[in-house]
Design a protein around this ligand. Structure first.
Ligand SMILES: Cc1ncc(COP(=O)(O)O)c(C=O)c1O
Length: 424
């Protein structure tokens, strides 16, 4: 039954029931949080062997003493893992410290302030502008905002960004300097770009200005929850096919595989781009934490080891995603829509137009913290005030069940109140 077909008297009765349930939940004085995609304590514990794994053997595969300075590009064995994750030759991969986000910020600064061999600095343009598929990742938008880079949105489809819209923007607007992409298990919709989208993205280099760059943030490259999760093709191979290697900067990290605060991160790009990056990197550091890189190489020496490790993560995460999907399907099929995902860290829920802020405020009153309304849009402004990102990884299953009870009650209450207002 659609909400719109419910008679006013029934709406009022529903609101009374929901208010009572809401009050009961409020009285429980809960303190729950499903805001950020943080791995749970059980997940980080899967990598506790990192501590002590070196057993006093600090030499890398190539005989490097990892305790000492040097090697800006990172240990070869760690670059090899990055190469497998990103499906890009090891010669094109750098291994860094614990954060891929800081690599993204540094690359954005490089392109913005200094430029690279084939790209003038973005700051030499009037209005450097990024394409942002929405809903998307708030920290990407913050990188643009700190550099004063304008942001234009395109819709995120089940196949990836709306490529018709992307190609049109690039053809019509010479101020477009880049685009954000989270190509596998996108944050927050969970979609994986299909092969046709990856090819069209690689081909953008044939129509865009030479300073155009894709920020390919493959944060969830190996984070599937089921064996038949969609597979992402190699954007590097596609770029090589079209001679567009300079447009692509790829990123990944072990943040959601080992220790979120103490992992390793990678970037991969063309030879010319990496040369420019190395020069800038060399000003900021004499080298990353190679001891930690070596720990990671010993724990996860190859893709087989990484896949087995990610399987343990999936065993912890899958039941949590199932709790969310079950609550949504059982309670909210008439009250909103959401995306299904086979991996990653998020579920993206769309409420009725104009209700996200209200739902989030109600949830806060009942002790549940949700990601702020608008966070999944540039400048924190969701034009329809509909999107809410759900991050189920951190709470226990019991806490998550409670959180979803609060969430579903708040969505229903806000929707029914809106329907009452509209009917009056
Ligand atoms: C899409 C995306 N990229 C990057 C990050 C952060 O990565 P890192 O910990 O490597 O800086 C996150 C964290 O949630 C993310 O969702």
């Amino acid at each position: 039954m659609s909400i719109h077909s419910i008679k006013p008297a029934q709406l009022n009765a529903l609101a009374t029931d929901l208010n009572a349930t809401f009050q009961t939940l409020q009285n429980e004085q809960l303190n729950l949080d499903i805001t950020r995609g943080k791995p749970s304590p059980e997940q980080v514990s899967l990598s506790d062997k990192l501590d002590g794994i070196l057993g006093n053997d600090f030499l890398s595969k190539t005989g490097e003493d990892t305790r000492n300075y040097g090697n800006l590009r990172g240990l070869q064995e760690v670059r090899e893992i990055g190469s497998s994750i990103l499906k890009t030759p090891e010669t094109q991969v750098f291994a860094g410290g614990n954060s891929s986000l800081s690599l993204m910020h540094m690359v954005a600064m490089l392109q913005h302030s200094y430029g690279t061999k084939t790209a003038q600095p973005w700051q030499s343009l009037d209005t450097p502008t990024f394409i942002c598929p929405v809903p998307g990742y708030d920290r990407h938008f913050s990188v643009c905002q700190t550099l004063n880079i304008n942001m234009i949105t395109v819709p995120m489809l089940a196949t990836g960004p709306d490529m018709d819209a992307v190609e049109k923007l690039i053809q019509e607007n010479d101020q477009i300097v880049g685009m954000w992409c989270v190509p596998r298990f996108s944050n927050p919709t969970g979609c994986t770009y299909n092969d046709a989208t990856v090819t069209r993205i690689a081909k953008l280099g044939t129509i865009a200005k030479p300073y155009f760059r894709i920020f390919w943030d493959n944060a969830y490259a190996v984070h599937s929850l089921s064996d038949d999760a969609p597979v992402l093709s190699s954007v590097w191979d596609e770029c090589v096919k079209y001679g567009t290697e300079d447009i692509i900067w790829q990123f990944a990290s072990t943040s959601k595989a080992t220790f979120a605060g103490a992992g390793v991160a990678w970037t991969a790009s063309s030879t010319d781009n990496l040369a420019a990056f190395e020069k800038l990197l060399g000003i900021t550091t004499i080298g990353a934490d190679k001891v930690n890189q070596l720990r990671h190489a010993r724990l996860l020496p190859d893709m087989a080891a990484l896949s087995a490790h990610m399987q343990f993560h999936a065993e912890i995460l899958k039941p949590k995603f199932d709790i969310v999907f079950t609550a949504l399907e059982n309670e909210l099929s008439e009250y909103g829509s959401w995306t299904h995902t086979d991996g990653g860290y998020f579920i993206s829920f769309d409420a009725n137009h104009g209700l996200a802020s209200e739902i989030i405020a109600l949830a806060a009153q009942a002790g549940l913290k949700l990601t702020p309304a608008g966070a999944t849009y540039p400048y924190g402004e969701d034009p329809e005030d509909r999107n809410i990102r759900i991050a189920p990884s951190f709470p226990s299953e019991e806490e998550l069940r409670k959180a979803m009870q609060i969430f579903t009650v708040c969505v229903k209450l806000a929707t029914i109140r809106q329907a009452i207002d509209q009917a009056s």
